[in-house]
Design a protein around this ligand. Structure first.
Ligand code: ADP
Ligand code: MG
Length: 629
């Protein structure tokens, strides 16, 4: 038997380790299972090279909990270690790794967003144990089994002992504060969280399975129950397979495996697979976005070689894609660094832009392959796509290939198709293409109607960030402008050369304007006299595009528009000087009757915009009843 001192500079490093990773104690299990997995994969690899004698069988990893003895055991059938290897890899290498880690990060606890996820390896066992033993026997010919023990001080014990089986058994003597980890439910929770897709089968206890009844079973026969090993993981998850071998159903069932509490099916998936210039595999899913979407739930999961790391992929995936679901597995993402560092890391930047490109390519091919199906999904995916177009220039550049613009009649156009279609009718006198849109088919019904009568195409753009997107499109495409149908009277939406003749003379107009202005609240409404079709409504309320859009953009988080928030809503009251009623108002002799007509026409205009509420609405109804008496 040998005893010795682990090569330490700091007198006792374990308390530091414990304190440092206080909130993340649970990762000890993941670290030890990772080591067991590495050892098993090494063995398998050596076996394929013919360097291991005999049949290695189907090695598994086993977790055992003994609540009475306060012990957790992690047992593998991997390569094992010789006494020398324990000296080298546990006493020196592993320890120096842990020491280096603590040295580097002890001042940066507040920045530990991702640091907590990795780094300590074997020594993380001291976060939950006051004594750790290793029993191990190397696969190497004539290797002697050894037992190592350490109680968290720099002193360790190393001795030979008798053991026939190849592999390593780690025994954790769980300390007083960590007894929670001795609960089966806790271990199951951790195994599900971190080890669900690890490549070597992990056994934790047994479970009962009910066998299906044989076909010729007599009525009332009890189905047979058998006890089987409880394997907690799926060692070959879908993302590790070749896309060619997977059917749509396989992707869907993997989605259910990944998010067992998620009952909605994904819309489609994107299989990621690169090995140069970095290694990355994964499957991303476009979920159906609905109102009860919880962005903290069912997020994209990040793995390293099938070991779960985190479900916070901030910095690795651009923000708009964080709304997707699925898995990313890459050994090339540096994890023991802070998030701010991550965002500036060149490899990570490449990964981020690769993923963005893949998503754009997939959308393009889905659109090409089955346009109808794509159009049907549009409402569910548009927010992600529009957000992407706004925030990632690379994505925006490609978006003409798959972004579609629906009309109020549910036709869908690509950008090019739209331009082609509306050019002949919706080009204004300055040769600018005016694109009309509505945000609410019901509320803007009358405006949509008159625009359609003119032969105009009206888009339906109703997602919350649309005002930002329009701004972006206007600045990146040439000579176009978006105008909402209710932002002016129809003849002014797209200004053409022709001018309409007004029934009222300029003099009459000048006489009428102040009479109207006296009745309506001037702070909110600007009166505008316009010669329109005689059958167009006499009073029309419009909301100028620019102000409204700025307000909307600010409401949905637009930068650089501070101070706009206090602006009140401003409207135009357009008076149709060709409508008969307007002439009548002008010629009404009794002042009282004239005022009442103006008020009534104004209220009707407000009503059609949904602006008539409360006391005003009550008064309007009273007045209307009196008028029909
Ligand atoms: P890392 O896994 O990053 O190398 P660890 O601290 O987790 O660091 O482990 C240190 C070393 O100890 C491993 O590289 C390996 O050589 C050895 N080791 C740990 N656990 C096992 C095991 N179960 N079987 C064989 N070797 C092991
Ligand atoms: Mg390790």
């Amino acid at each position: 038997m040998a005893t010795g001192n682990i090569n330490v500079t700091a007198e006792n490093i374990f308390p530091v380790i414990k304190k440092f990773l206080y909130s993340d104690h649970e990762i000890f299990l993941r670290e030890l299972i990772s080591n067991a997995t590495d050892a098993t994969l090494k063995l398998k690899h050596l076996a394929t090279l013919g360097e291991v004698k005999g049949d290695i069988g189907d090695p598994i990893i086993e977790i055992k909990v003994d609540k009475k003895k306060n012990e957790i055991r992690i047992i593998d059938q991997g390569v094992g270690m010789t006494g020398e290897e324990v000296e080298k890899y546990i006493n020196q290498v592993a320890f120096s790794g842990a020491e280096e880690f603590v040295e580097k990060y002890k001042d940066k606890v507040e920045d530990s967003g991702i640091i907590g996820h990795f780094g300590l390896g074997f020594y993380s066992s001291f976060m939950v144990a006051d004594k750790v033993e290793i029993f191990t026997k190397s696969f190497k010919k004539d290797a002697k089994a050894v037992r190592w023990e350490c109680d968290g001080s720099p002193k360790y014990t190393l001795e030979e002992f008798d053991r026939k089986e190849r592999g390593t058994e780690i025994v954790l003597h769980i300390d007083e504060e960590s007894k929670d980890f001795l609960e089966d439910a806790k271990i199951t929770e951790l195994l599900t969280k971190y080890n669900k897709f690890m490549p070597i089968p992990i056994k934790f206890g047994t479970r009962e399975e009910t066998l299906p009844l044989p076909e010729d079973a007599k009525e009332g026969t009890e189905p047979e129950k058998i006890t089987i090993e409880n394997i907690v993981n799926n060692p070959t998850p879908a993302w590790t397979k070749n896309p060619k071998d997977l059917k749509d159903e396989d992707y869907k069932s993997f989605y259910r495996e990944l998010y067992p509490m998620q009952f909605e099916e994904p819309l489609f998936n994107i299989h990621l697979n690169v090995d140069y210039p970095f290694n990355l595999t994964g499957i991303l899913y476009f979920p159906k976005l609905n109102n009860n979407l919880d962005p903290t739930k069912d997020r994209i999961q990040l793995y390293q070689n099938q070991v779960f790391v985190t479900d916070n992929v901030e910095g690795i995936v651009p923000p708009f894609l964080q709304m997707l679901r699925g898995v990313i597995d890459s050994p090339d993402i540096p994890l023991n660094v802070s998030r701010s560092y991550l965002q500036s890391d060149a490899a990570v930047k490449k990964i981020s832009s690769y993923i963005t490109r893949k998503v754009a390519d997939k959308l393009t091919s889905l659109f090409k392959k089955d346009r109808k199906a794509f159009e049907e999904k549009w409402d569910d995916i548009k927010v992600i796509i529009e957000y992407g177009m706004l925030s990632e220039d690379k994505f925006f550049e490609k978006s003409d290939k798959f972004a579609i613009y629906p009309t109020v009649n549910k036709e869908y156009f690509t950008w090019n198709e739209l331009e082609e279609k509306i050019k002949p009718v919706q080009t204004d006198k300055d040769d600018k293409l005016v694109i009309l849109y509505a945000s609410d088919v019901k509320k803007q019904h009358s405006y949509i109607d008159v625009a359609k009568e003119k032969g105009y195409t009206v888009l339906l753009l109703d997602s919350p960030i649309v005002s930002h997107l329009l701004q972006k499109l206007e600045t990146s495409k040439e000579k176009i402008q978006f105008v909402r149908v209710d932002s002016d009277h129809v003849d002014n939406l797209i200004k053409k050369e022709e001018t309409k003749i007004s029934k009222l003379s300029d003099e009459e107009k000048e006489k009428l304007k102040p009479i109207i202005e006296e009745i309506i609240p001037k702070e909110t409404y600007t009166v505008q006299m316009e010669a329109m079709d005689s059958n167009a409504n006499p009073f029309i309320i419009t909301q100028p595009e620019f102000m409204r859009r700025m307000k909307e953009m600010q409401a949905t988080g637009g930068g650089g528009m501070m101070g706009m928030g206090n602006f009140p809503d401003m409207y135009n009251l357009v008076i149709n000087t060709n409508n008969e009623l307007v002439g009548e108002i002008l010629n009404t002799k009794t002042k009282k009757k004239q005022d009442r007509l103006i008020q009534q026409a104004f209220d009707l205009a407000k009503l059609s915009q949904g602006l008539l509420q409360g006391e005003e609405l009550t008064n309007f109804i009273k007045r209307s009843f009196q008028m029909v008496k």
